[in-house]
Design a protein around this ligand. Structure first.
Ligand SMILES: [Fe+2]
Length: 207
């Protein structure tokens, strides 16, 4: 498949998935907001999209060279910046301490392995306690409501989908657990954001 054909097919596949995700989000909002059932449906939809990992190769979404760095390729976002899908690409390992998102989040694996520790909602209290661990890799994912806390650890290369209920630039006021001082502190996400929404035919105006 040529690069152009792949870009067209990718744009259509992403738009189809985001249309479905937007419907789930809208359905939940009508009933008071997103819940864990809605997040599971979004995760299942992203797992289906991740089966087409040929459309999301390292060739099209190169990982960063620097150890510990990550790139978040924005591949879809609505006009309100309230639904956004990123490909997070890591070339040589990275980690993030326990942190919250201030919006819902769904992470789905494609290549490599991202160890997620989930702590439940606890950013306003003391030291977070791990509730369970999930290895996010091909065929698996995790879901979080807006005040759930997680940490991640990636060894080697990994490529995953990260879907949020708000664009990354709008996630203000997030906290992370700073272990050395044993305090919650403002979280600065240092993942580089790269605009990668489709310009080829097949991309739809709303994504
Ligand atoms: Fe996170």
């Amino acid at each position: 498949m040529s690069n152009t054909d792949r870009a067209v097919e990718r744009a259509a596949a992403v738009a189809d998935a985001m249309d479905d995700i937007a419907r789930v989000d809208a359905h939940c909002r009508e009933r008071g907001g997103i819940d864990r059932t809605g997040l599971e449906r979004i995760k299942e939809r992203l797992l289906r999209l991740a089966e087409r990992d040929d459309l999301f190769s390292d060739e099209d979404f190169p990982p960063p060279q620097a150890a510990g760095a990550s790139i978040s390729y924005r591949i879809a976002q609505n006009d309100d910046e309230e639904l956004a899908l990123y490909i997070q690409s890591v070339g040589n390992g990275t980690s993030a301490p326990p942190h919250e998102h201030r919006t819902w989040a769904v992470i789905v694996g494609m290549r490599g392995r991202e160890l997620n520790r989930l702590y439940g909602p606890c950013a306003s209290s003391g030291e977070p306690q791990v509730q369970h661990e999930v290895a996010v890799e091909r065929g698996t994912g995790v879901t979080m409501l807006s005040d759930d806390v997680h940490s991640i650890q990636i060894e080697g290369a990994a490529t995953n989908f990260h879907c949020y209920g708000l664009a990354l630039e709008r996630l203000d006021g997030r906290l992370f657990w700073h272990a050395r001082t044993a305090q919650w502190q403002p979280f600065i996400d240092d993942s580089q954001i790269v605009e990668a929404r489709p310009t080829a035919p097949g991309g739809r105006a709303n994504w």
